[in-house]
Design a protein around this ligand. Structure first.
Ligand code: ADP
Ligand code: MG
Length: 685
């Protein structure tokens, strides 16, 4: 039975004043609170309406545009507000029949009340929107009100005064018109809903009044609203088309706590997980089940497995935050399965996205302020790291990222936030993602005789923010090659026993979710602490004794702690044991051996990563600068003869080509200049 408008208002009044009980009216209390706080929105749980009056609830879903104003009018009555005060009854928690994924929004949903869950990709600035425009007839002075109920501005056609009735001209009276706050946001499907590299769909939402600016790019939200359509035109102001654009007119928006526990873990699963965890070889078992189609690369698989579990961020007493997520970089020759590993992680991680450094959206990896094409206003758009907040961002070809990303990714990796201030938009977005990145060498193939910093197009400051870097080279080795070939051929055969991992992808995902949920506070045992300390001090000392490279810094110590904690979590334990540390040190040494080894001396040297240059190289630079300075003095400050510099450098065992390169670099940096041709002088002195 359909209720009339008056009946609807009555029913809502009763709901507010007498539900669930006249002596304890839930919504009356909320309305009293609104008065104190000066708020204009009442949030109503849809479940309460169903319980209070099922018939009414049905009618809301069927014809929200007719019923919702009734709920608001009743609110004004109970509130005791003037009839023209802007107030809104807002509904949340719609029944499951009304919950639609962004990709499943169809024509049947038009003009219906739906609830969409998604992640906010774009937010525009808040603007005033005219909803009731008052015009003055220039001929007779009559004031005419035109309600603006669609995106296109409407003017009166003829004067409403019976005595006049002429068609204008009319002047807009801004003073007498009504404006409200307006904003649009774009929401897209949550990363965990996308499987196997699907592209996310998005929908534009219009928000008005009090709830503007509540959602930030990167937030996961539940939006309740009426699905509206806007007719498309051919070009700007062109002929109307038969197709329409979708638009959600938001009634309420709820910001959800981001957790990855959306996947149900049954009792059966839990039993299985606990059984798996009781195996002392659990870490090995998980590692061996990662990317079964890829042969070898065990240490890389181990590292990405650890990344899946990560550790908890720590808030220190002084307010600083130390991240719990590990970042991993894979560098190497083409065709060594780097992209394959990234894609695999994208399918196994509970919450992740796969993207290329070049980026598919305007926002790229971090965030950008762009011009919103539909509204013509400035908008803040979230990039991959913001969308992957609390998950893993798999970034292929990270060396090709844009210059904007280059400048903001440092902050994203260490502080895990992205700050932006452009075109009047100022915001700090959360980007608490673990990064799994791949990069190709600048010249196609990796040259193990050159330092890493020279071979890839990434700054040393960025490289040093990765917890682990692996170099994957493609050197022919007969025995190994045969095994890889056999492995690949096996994959392509139809044999029953082809390659079945111990733990299936789904199981790994459930295991990771379970361990993250249950193991929250991880601590190091005394022994584990001592082992880390011992390792750190001993390896630092090694450098000190020989007065050679700095092999490790505090940043690496943090990485080691983080990774050890991840390993404990992988065992489903909240205590880091000495075995965990031992294992992580081995993995770390494996990574550092490849990356941090100075090709000239064979020593491990963290400066290779930090500054892109080894100590032996830095020593040589110092020598060259000394030579220039000494020769300059000898020549009565007339500059050092370039050929003499080469000669003296040769005497110090420095090749001409290296000297040339360094002189060029020093000249470029402005540390050295040529007072006249073939003369060199230091700027600093
Ligand atoms: P990259 O991104 O490193 O250039 P890809 O991930 O695109 O390389 O790998 C190229 C192809 O070679 C993929 O189909 C991959 O499966 C295969 N491949 C390379 N190395 C291995 C390996 N160790 N085991 C199995 N397949 C491999
Ligand atoms: Mg690739």
């Amino acid at each position: 039975m359909k209720l009339t408008y008056e009946e609807i208002v009555d029913r809502f009044e009763e709901l507010y004043e007498a539900y669930p009980d006249v002596s304890e009216p839930k919504y009356k209390k909320l309305i009293d609170k609104m008065k104190i706080e000066g708020k204009t929105s009442l949030f109503i749980n849809f479940d309460d309406i169903i319980e209070f009056d099922f018939n009414l609830s049905e009618q809301i879903l069927d014809n929200p545009e007719f019923v919702l104003p009734g709920a608001t009018d009743a609110l004004k009555k109970v509130f005791g507000a003037e009839p023209d005060k802007r107030m809104t009854a807002r509904l949340f928690n719609l029944p499951s029949t009304q919950r639609v994924d962004v990709k499943d929004i169809r024509a049947v949903n038009i003009n219906k009340f739906i609830q969409v869950e998604g992640v906010v990709r774009r937010t525009t600035e808040v603007k005033p929107e005219i909803i009731e425009a008052v015009f003055k007839c220039d001929r007779c002075g009559e004031l005419i009100t035109v309600v603006q109920d669609n995106p296109y501005f409407k003017s009166p056609v003829t004067c409403t005064s019976p005595a006049c009735g002429r068609n204008g001209p009319f002047t807009l009276m801004k003073m007498h018109s009504t404006f409200v706050d307006w904003q649009t946001i774009k929401i897209q499907e949550k990363p965990e809903k996308l499987r196997g590299g699907q592209l996310p769909r998005a929908i534009d939402c219009i928000i008005r009044d009090e709830i503007v600016d509540t959602a930030q790019a990167g937030n996961v939200v539940n939006v309740v609203g009426i699905l509206k359509t806007v007719q498309e035109t051919l070009g700007k102001g062109g002929a109307k088309k038969t197709t329409f654009n979708k638009l959600l007119e938001v009634n309420s928006i709820e910001i959800k706590e981001k957790d990855i526990q959306d996947l149900e873990i049954s009792e059966e699963d839990e039993e299985k997980i606990l059984e798996l965890a009781s195996d002392p070889k659990i870490c090995e078992n998980i590692t061996n089940s990662i990317a079964p189609s890829i042969y070898g690369n065990e240490h890389v698989k181990y590292a990405v497995a650890l990344q899946l579990f990560s550790s908890e961020a720590r808030l220190l007493h002084d307010g600083t935050r130390i991240r719990g997520d590990s970042h991993i970089l894979l560098v190497g020759d083409p065709g060594v399965a780097k992209s394959q590993i990234l894609k695999y992680m994208n399918t196994v991680a509970p919450r992740s996205i796969y993207t290329s450094g070049k980026g598919t959206s305007a926002a790229g990896l971090t965030a950008a302020v762009i011009r919103d094409e539909t509204s013509g206003t400035f908008a803040l758009e979230a990039g991959a790291l913001v969308i992957a907040d609390n998950g893993i961002a798999c970034i292929d070809e990270i060396d090709k990222m844009s210059s904007d990303d280059r400048s903001s990714i440092h902050e994203a990796m260490e502080q895990q936030t992205i700050s932006i201030a452009k075109a009047g938009i100022i915001a700090t977005l959360n980007a608490r993602a673990s990064i799994l990145a791949a990069a190709n060498p600048k010249r196609g193939r990796f040259d193990s005789y050159k330092p890493l910093g020279e071979q890839i197009d990434l700054l040393p400051t960025l490289l040093s923010r990765f917890d682990l870097i692996f170099i994957l080279t493609d050197k022919p080795k007969e025995a190994e090659d045969k095994k890889i070939a056999e492995h690949i051929l096996k994959l392509h055969s139809d044999e029953e026993d082809a390659i079945i991992p111990l733990l299936e992808t789904e199981m790994i995902r459930k295991y990771a979710i379970y361990s993250k949920k249950t193991i929250q506070e991880i601590s190091l045992t005394e022994e584990a602490k001592n082992r880390l300390l011992e390792f750190y001090v001993s390896i630092r000392k090694k450098g000190e004794e020989k007065n050679t490279p700095i092999p490790i810094t505090a940043r690496q110590l943090e990485s080691l702690i983080r990774l050890s904690e991840s390993r404990a979590r992988m065992r489903l334990s909240d205590k880091v044991m000495v075995e965990d540390v031992e294992d992580i040190i081995q993995l770390y040494m494996k990574s550092i051996e490849e990356v941090g080894k100075d090709p000239e001396t064979g020593e491990i040297d963290i400066d290779m990563i930090m500054t892109g240059r080894s100590k032996s190289q830095r020593d040589k630079i110092t020598i060259i600068m000394d030579i220039i300075s000494n020769l300059d003095k000898k020549n009565n400050n007339d500059g050092a003869l370039t050929s003499d510099v080469y000669e003296e450098a040769r005497a110090e065992n420095i090749s001409d080509s290296f000297t040339r390169k360094i002189i060029d670099e020093l000249k470029q940096k402005g540390d050295v200049y040529e007072p006249r041709p073939d003369r060199l002088k230091l700027t600093l002195l």
